[in-house]
Design a protein around this ligand. Structure first.
Ligand SMILES: Cc1ncc(COP(=O)(O)O)c(C=O)c1O
Length: 448
């Protein structure tokens, strides 16, 4: 990376209200990113850092991919925008065909959205539209799970289960939503892969059906591996049980694969990795390698057919969509990503690198301030021991690691580690070594 791109801090930081950010703290000591290339990013002080969380799980193919830049540039020069309602362009159909080649079962009908949150919102609406089309309009309930994260619009916030995201907005949440317990048990300590215990937690869904009527439930939505809360891997048999209970009660199963999609666990989707096929799936982030916003909802053919066939010919079948649903630049980036996935055998690359990454991740368990580690594939969560108040250890540790030159996201007291799939073993070593130094420095600072 060039060194002449050391930008100054802008004159004023006040006008920009930053998302999910401690604004006051940030504006006193900003962390501005000026360049990104391959596995590295650079900050405004000229420091190069290794990207240990693929942005926000967005860029597994590495930063600054020429193929994507070229495809987007070319697209902008030929067709910069076209309205997605009652009109289209070839690329979005081509991408849908390519996406459908990777989705499990017959989840072959592809609806474009703008991001992960709008993909979840769309999945919720498709579930309702499907049941109504089948003459089953009484199904209004949705079941989420504690510690789930599905995005930040009202629908996604409601089915999510991370308390800080929910409590301020309690008055405006969707009605009829219930939550299963999360899948983290006290005995799940330092486990790489799926825990042996805890499948029975899926029976929470059966219990909810017994208490509230399975026939009133439209869908159950889970992240196959809960990502934002810090990599909660499903216990063996858990997802299979959920599938069975949904089938018994006519409930749609939605997998939110916004993080787990496109190779993060070593298969195209968590669905194939764990051998459970949902009815609807959401994806975003890595679909375009994070460079242009895009979300995707894949539905079973029967769901699409039911909704389409229920409407009179010539009328709009689903009154839903976005100005930016599958716009040309996003599609161009998505198609370039599909080419790279194929050419570089990306899912196998992630699968082959996973054991090395997991070994490195779990080597950090001797550190005094580390409470627990979980991981699967190219995903991991490091829980830090509580420090005076919740969230402090995670944030302080993140800052100590940033100083050392390893960047990632912390949620509460969990460090979220999700390296890029293009990493070589030496990059994994660098991430782990720098995490060790950063966490050790954090520990020392606490003692001083
Ligand atoms: C599983 C999951 N679903 C949905 C979302 C929301 O995606 P977005 O921020 O693109 O709206 C996220 C974001 O991290 C996510 O992890």
């Amino acid at each position: 990376m060039s060194s002449d791109n050391i930008s100054k801090v802008p004159n004023s930081l006040q006008e920009h209200w930053m998302p999910f950010t401690a604004n006051k703290d940030f504006k006193e000591n900003p962390r501005l990113i000026t360049e990104a290339k391959g596995v590295y990013i650079k900050n405004h002080k000229g420091k190069t850092m290794i990207d240990a969380s693929s942005g926000l799980f967005c860029n597994p193919l590495g930063h600054g991919r020429k193929e994507i830049t070229n495809a987007v540039t070319k697209q902008l020069e030929t067709l910069d925008y076209c309205q997605p309602f009652q009109q289209g362009f070839g690329g979005s159909f081509e991408l849908a065909t390519k996406i459908a080649r990777h989705t499990p079962g017959d989840l072959n009908r592809i609806f474009y959205t703008i991001c992960g949150s709008t993909a979840v919102e769309t999945a919720i609406k498709i579930a309702i539209a499907y049941h109504r089309a089948k003459g089953d309009g009484k199904r209004f309930r949705f079941i989420g799970r504690e510690r789930g994260y599905h995005g930040m619009n009202i629908g996604a916030t409601t089915v999510g289960g991370m308390i800080n995201n929910v409590k301020t907005f309690a008055s405006v949440l969707m009605p009829g939503v219930l939550h299963m317990r999360h899948t983290h048990l006290p005995e799940h300590k330092f486990i790489s892969g799926q825990p042996e215990t805890g499948a029975e937690l899926a029976d929470d869904l059966e219990r909810i059906c017994a208490n509230f009527g399975g026939e009133n439930i439209a869908a159950c939505i889970v992240e196959p591996v809960a990502g934002s809360t810090g990599t909660l891997v499903p216990p063996k048999g858990y997802l299979q049980k959920l599938r069975k209970i949904c089938d018994n009660h006519g409930i749609l199963l939605i997998f939110d694969e916004v993080i787990t999609g496109w190779g993060r666990l070593g298969s195209a989707f968590a669905s194939q990795e764990f051998g459970v096929t949902p009815d609807i799936m959401t994806m975003a982030k890595a679909t375009t390698n994070g460079v242009v916003p895009m979300g995707v909802v894949a539905s079973k053919e029967e769901i699409y057919d039911s909704v389409i066939d229920a409407a009179p010919k010539g009328s709009v079948e689903l009154f839903h969509g976005y100005t930016y649903s599958g716009i040309p630049v996003a599609v161009a980036a998505g198609l370039a990503v599909q080419d790279i996935i194929e050419k570089e055998d990306i899912f196998n690359r992630a699968k082959n690198l996973s054991p090395y990454f997991q070994k490195g991740l779990f080597s950090l368990q001797d550190l005094e301030s580390v409470e627990n580690i979980r991981g699967y594939g190219m995903m991991g969560g490091i829980d830090m021991k509580l420090n005076t108040k919740p969230g402090k250890a995670g944030f302080e540790c993140f800052k100590a690691c940033y100083e050392i030159g390893v960047n990632f996201k912390a949620t509460g007291d969990c460090l979220i580690i999700a390296p890029q799939f293009i990493c070589e073993e030496k990059h994994i070593d660098e991430i782990i070594d720098k995490l060790r130094t950063g966490i050790t420095n954090y520990q020392k600072n606490q003692k001083n």
